[in-house]
Design a protein around this ligand. Sequence first.
Ligand code: SF4
Length: 85
Amino acid sequence: MKRYKIVYDRQNCIGAGPCAAVSPTHWYLDNERKAHIVGGQRNETTLEETVECDESELSVHMNAAVSCPVNVIHIHDQKIKKQLI
Ligand code: SF4
């Protein structure tokens, strides 16, 4: 298990796109103008996407999360059990 878990609420994404603009290596928009996490896993029931990362990728995901105007990208520190954003 990696230390950080990214949890993205795809259902409430408005397709504004800054996540993919600031972090294009880890985020992209699909044909429906909804964001995806590169390498993310989707829960077909909740439509949430998740991916785990370590310290080296944290800032890339944090930049995406901070840029999101509707706050649908969250990051959990699984070591100290705290939601960072
Ligand atoms: S910034 Fe937020 S609302 Fe915009 S595409 Fe990314 S996840 Fe969706």
